[in-house]
Design a protein around this ligand. Structure first.
Ligand code: ADP
Ligand code: MG
Length: 564
């Protein structure tokens, strides 16, 4: 209907608005980044829809974003001639947060401004950041393809409700009008806005324009002319050569594509030529998104074909264990009308996925080698996901194995810092295997009775307790030709490590306890395979081990807990 309606924000939006206004105040300029970012996305979407319906682009010249201000009215307006919003889209997109896990996310907020500001940043603030500087926001929009009388007007003071009504709009696209709060007059300046735009939006691939200003001698101030001029370079950042892009620009571009608030940890930017041709600009974030373990979470990169935006979250471009990677892939080979279904079967996509995987592994290897602290951050945030690669990507298992980090009895700490290569350099004479224990926690692992003999002999044992570890170990059977062996398995083959005296001792003890062993064997015959005298224990009298080829006790418990 055309009638004006007043609707309530989703509860989480209300919380977000409240928190943002109070916690992001020291970073308030980001509203401009977010609104220009949205305007640019809207133009990208229109260009995509126009692949099938070229008429959508009629009538308005080149796609652009425009920023203007009105000193008297105390407003800033961000306009685009992109895809626009229908009434339904405005209600859905400017009144709710359409991300899975949003409620859980908000339940984690603590009330501590600083911590929450960090968390909100990870969440992405987007359109709602307007309310940091504005006490009223008016959005006028017209969907591409809709006639002038089907425009809409959305308005809110950010207090909990918004109104939506029909409103004639002469041009396609969206105007966001910010009615500034009382002390935000600094933004009513062409100089100030240009400065912020240059800092935050230089990577935007469309022209971002402002009205040219001239010095007025009579008034003795800068006055606006009626001529629009670009304030950015307006070519897609990833098409520029590396030497033309500053670190600052790479960082801002990351924030645009990832909807992250924080800087990235590292990036890799390459143009690949040859059988398949594409450009990749891929980033590793500094922190895991709150929904990394959510099946429905956004993942993947933005896909472009010859600089035309095709889709967000193209998860086919990378294997699932690299789902934390963000960025852009621009293919020269894929057809413009490519669909998600087509992507799944495409040989070009396969080549891109393999190439991108190698680039990310190289990037991680480089961090591990040259920026150890950054790698430690990476490992803490994404180590558990990377471990999935041992099963998912057997072709790269050796490279992945080198990137793994473990806690071990050598460091006697739950910090995961030990590499398999470190472990191998500490082999004792006669040792040819890598030993590990799996448990529910680090403490449970390191206190396992199975470790006694290893401790006595000074042999290092890796301690694993992550959820994915058992699964990883079922794929990662060896490293550098050395087997990975659980200390909880029978036939540990520790004889090679025993000295002559120990061997003699074992034979004597076995002889001495033969009658006892036989009685135990008889008594437990329905419950255990075999009773054996062992040297593996030092302080404990006995322990249960599993057969060489049986499931480990930890995995058995996990399967039982999962109802299997
Ligand atoms: P995000 O950009 O991460 O999706 P935002 O809060 O910035 O989240 O924006 C929410 C949604 O509002 C966008 O996904 C888009 O659907 C819609 N939107 C915002 N600004 C515009 C615009 N200028 N033109 C069209 N749609 C827009
Ligand atoms: Mg946005």
């Amino acid at each position: 209907s055309d009638a004006s309606q007043t609707l309530g924000f989703q509860a989480e939006v209300k919380q977000l608005l409240h928190l943002m206004i109070h916690s992001l105040y020291s970073n308030k300029e980001i509203f401009l980044r977010e609104l220009v970012s949205n305007a640019s996305d809207a133009c990208d979407k229109l260009r995509f829809e126009a692949i099938d319906q070229p008429a959508l682009l009629d009538g308005e010249g080149e796609l652009h974003v425009r920023v203007d201000f009105d000193k008297a009215a105390r407003t800033i307006t961000i306009s685009d001639n992109g895809v626009g919003l229908s009434r339904e889209e405005a209600v859905a997109n400017l009144g709710t947060i359409a991300r899975s896990g949003t409620r859980e996310f908000f339940s984690k907020l603590t009330g501590d401004k600083q911590k929450d500001a960090q968390l909100i940043g990870q969440f992405g603030v987007g359109f709602y950041s307007s309310f940091i500087v504005a006490d009223k926001v008016t959005v006028r929009s017209r969907r591409a393809g809709a006639p002038a009388d089907q425009g809409i007007i959305w308005e809110s003071d950010g207090q909990g409700e918004f109104t939506i009504a029909a409103s004639e709009k002469a041009t396609r696209g969206t105007d966001v009008v910010l009615h500034l709060r009382a002390d935000e007059d600094e933004f009513l300046s062409g100089w100030k806005l240009r400065e912020v735009l240059r800092r935050y939006s230089d990577h935007i691939s469309l022209p971002v324009q402002m009205l040219k200003e001239e010095w007025d001698k009579d008034k003795s101030e800068q006055v606006k002319t009626d001529e629009w001029e670009s304030v950015n370079q307006a070519n897609a950042l990833w098409t520029r050569s590396k030497s033309e892009v500053s670190d600052e620009q790479y960082r801002e571009f990351y924030k645009h594509v990832s909807h992250d608030f924080d800087d990235p940890l590292a990036w890799t930017h390459n143009r690949v030529e040859g059988r398949s041709e594409y450009t990749q600009l891929l980033y590793v974030p500094k922190h895991a998104p709150f929904d990394m373990w959510d099946r429905d979470a956004r993942r993947g990169v933005k896909l472009y074909v010859k600089r035309v935006f095709i889709m967000d979250d193209a998860e086919q471009m990378l294997p699932s264990y690299l789902r934390f990677v963000r960025g852009v892939i621009d293919s020269a080979d894929l057809p413009l009308n490519v669909s998600r279904e087509l992507l799944q079967e495409s040989r070009d996509v396969k080549a891109i996925r393999e190439g991108s995987t190698k680039r990310i592994l190289s990037l991680l290897e480089d961090l591990a080698e040259n920026k150890k602290e950054d790698y430690a951050t990476f490992w803490t945030e994404f180590g558990q996901v990377l471990k999935e690669g041992t099963g998912e990507d057997s072709g790269n298992i050796e490279r992945i194995a080198k990137l793994l980090r473990f806690a071990s009895t050598y460091e006697d700490s739950d910090a995961q810092t030990v590499t398999l290569a470190d472990y191998v350099t500490r082999f004792k004479d006669g040792q040819d295997k890598i030993y590990y224990v799996t448990a529910d926690s680090y403490t449970a692992g390191r206190n396992s009775p199975h470790l006694e003999i290893f401790r006595k002999k000074g042999i290092e044992v890796l301690v694993l307790w992550d959820r994915v570890d058992e699964w990883m170990l079922s794929h990662l059977r060896e490293f550098d030709g050395k087997q990975l062996v659980s200390v909880a398995k029978g036939g540990l083959d520790l004889e090679a490590l025993a000295d002559e005296q120990e061997k003699k001792h074992q034979t004597e003890v076995a002889e001495q306890f033969k009658p006892l062993v036989e009685r135990l064997q008889e008594a437990l015959k329905d419950r255990v395979k075999e009773v054996r005298v062992t040297l593996r224990l030092v302080d404990s009298p006995s322990c249960v081990v599993v057969g060489q080829n049986d499931l480990s006790p930890h995995l058995q418990r996990m399967l039982k807990a999962a109802g299997q």
